[in-house]
Design a protein around this ligand. Structure first.
Ligand SMILES: Nc1ncnc2c1ncn2[C@@H]1O[C@H](COP(=O)(O)OP(=O)(O)O)[C@@H](O)[C@H]1O
Ligand SMILES: O=P(O)(O)OC[C@H]1O[C@](O)(COP(=O)(O)O)[C@@H](O)[C@@H]1O
Length: 309
């Protein structure tokens, strides 16, 4: 069974307007609300692809109720721990560019934390845990490390989609997959990238640090998959971006759904990219039909060393 852990879920409030004028009254021209948070998005896209998962983490207040009900209406299994304060609301502004304001999240008590660890302790060898997104500001930033240590003792495979130290610290324990975007990868190594090829040596460093498979996304510019058996580059489909919120999470879900079915890493990468773009071209997450439609437009080639010139 796949479990997705969202320590800091959100209601994503997406607003569209021509231009944002700071310090003035702005009115929206378009708005939408969705349950959000990286693990929750992974569970929702997995479901669309016919793969069941259980969504776990912390939810609280009216925003937490909204998320739980939404997931239950989509027949997604949930087992959240309920906390006192409200789950956060993340604001996504789509004007001439995309701006995000993500909340810090509710307080989590020691009791709640203990309940979560008990839940993780019940996972077994056949399970896979996706740890995705930020952690509420009251939790120690060793949180992922602690959870991953439990997984590693129990032989549970795990995937991590998180930034900075949260990601770095879990690498020695051997995540099956990590998916930084090019900004996050750049921050890890204190550098910047201008082409997708440039990320490959840094993906290889992450393999040496312990990751088994690394996908680096580069928004509309392409994506790279780096594995012990070689690296692949993907050109992403062209289209109109409606909202890229959840595109990265859709890549993780697309990869896992396809890998679960055929255990073919290159095919899984193709699905991953098609799923990311299908979400970017939608308001909300992708549908499986949109992913299938985009698949032929994802061209993948094996990267040959020296290609960089
Ligand atoms: N402008 C775009 N055109 C086509 N696909 C896109 C575009 N922006 C994002 N995507 C798709 O979404 C994936 C993830 O986007 P990215 O912005 O790199 O990740 P994240 O959402 O994690 O920041 C990309 O690999 C691609 O498949
Ligand atoms: O936990 P974080 O890092 O604040 O991110 C949470 C946000 O990321 C999302 O999961 C979207 O992530 P991606 O666009 O990277 O796929 C939103 O639903 C949510 O608002």
């Amino acid at each position: 069974m796949i479990y997705t852990l969202t320590l800091n879920p959100s209601v994503d409030y997406i607003i569209g307007l021509g231009q944002v004028r700071l310090g003035e009254l702005n009115r929206t021209e378009q708005e939408a609300k969705f349950p959000g948070g990286k693990g929750i998005n992974v569970s929702r896209v997995l479901k669309k692809m016919g793969v069941n998962s259980q969504a776990i983490g912390f939810l609280g207040g009216f925003t937490g109720d909204y998320i739980e009900e939404y997931l239950q209406n989509e027949s997604i299994e949930t087992d959240f721990i309920h906390v006192q304060e409200d789950t956060r609301i993340n604001i996504k502004i789509k004007a001439n560019s995309e701006t995000e304001i993500n909340g810090m999240g509710p307080a989590i008590s020691n009791d709640d934390l203990l309940k979560l660890k008990q839940k993780i302790n019940m996972l077994s060898l056949e399970d896979l845990l996706v740890l995705a997104g930020s952690i509420p500001s009251t939790l120690p930033n060793t949180m992922y490390e602690e959870i991953v240590k439990i997984c590693s003792e129990k032989g549970v495979s795990f995937v991590v989609d998180a930034e900075g130290d949260l990601l770095k610290k879990v690498l020695p324990l051997g995540p099956f997959l990590i998916k930084p975007n090019h900004h996050e990868l750049g921050e890890l190594f204190e550098t910047t990238f201008s082409t997708v090829e440039e990320v490959i040596p840094f993906g290889e460093k992450l393999l040496k640090m312990g990751a088994k498979n690394v996908i680096v996304s580069f928004a509309g510019e392409g994506a790279a998959l780096i594995t012990a058996n070689g690296a692949y580059l993907a050109a992403v489909p062209k289209g109109e971006v409606k909202s890229s919120v959840g595109a990265g999470d859709s890549m993780v879900a697309g990869f896992l759904a396809a890998y679960e079915k055929e255990k073919d890493i290159e095919k899984a990468f193709r699905y991953s990219v098609a799923s990311g773009s299908a979400t970017a071209f939608s308001l909300g997450l992708c549908t499986s039909e949109k992913v299938e439609e985009l698949l032929p437009q994802v061209s993948i080639h094996r990267y040959k060393r020296g290609e960089l010139g």
